[in-house]
Write a protein that binds this ligand. Sequence first.
Ligand code: PLP
Length: 234
Amino acid sequence: MSQSLELNIAKVQQRIAAAAKKYCRELSPPHLIAVSKTRPAAAIRAAAGQGLVDFGENYLQESLQKIAELQDLGLCWHFIGPIQANKTRQIAEHFDWVHTVDRLKIAQRLSKQRPPELAPLQICIQLNLSNEDSKSGTKLEQLPELAQQVAELPQLELRGLMAIPRALEDSEAQRRQFGLLAAALTALQQQLPQLDTLSMGMSNDMEAAIAEGATLVRVGTDIFGPRETPMPIV
Ligand SMILES: *Cc1c(COP(=O)(O)O)cnc(C)c1O
């Protein structure tokens, strides 16, 4: 297992380097977040042994166990799942980044509940790219106001935007979706010039995301292999 993990990580890093080169981003290549939802702590420990530091988790209960078990490694933890209001305290206490803030109430709770002795919680606002009511994420027309309000909350540092676009095979279509997120960030930077983060791109579309300016790519399957168990509903 560990050997294929080593190979998988090397391949993903090569893909990131190749895309950064192709799109003239060698001086500012995107940073890799290994998405470790449903994976045991031992797999994360092995990936950390290969030099990975940033890990993304979607389900609070399983992630808290793993964070506790891996405390000795000093990893950086990213919460990338949907957020229920009654879960914000544990997210604020145990994570470094939250990528999926999509409403003010959640941001206010995270701000109030972030322990003051910790560094500010790093925040991305999740944008709903298809503007469908069924999808999570804030809508484009609500983004400027929400971003301004989140940026003013103490104990939070608003860093940028995140999206999970529809899964598409065609790379031009993938690029169009990521381009919308990049344009939204550029527009927002008029108002909030400190924003510097585009969290976008997964195993199947990370090259397209890098082409459009991703600064954080979130990769699970191509590092740890296919997820066998159906995702737990938490
Ligand atoms: C699972 C997940 C990923 C990783 O997806 P892969 O296709 O396994 O690379 C990235 N981002 C989010 C928000 C996820 O839930």
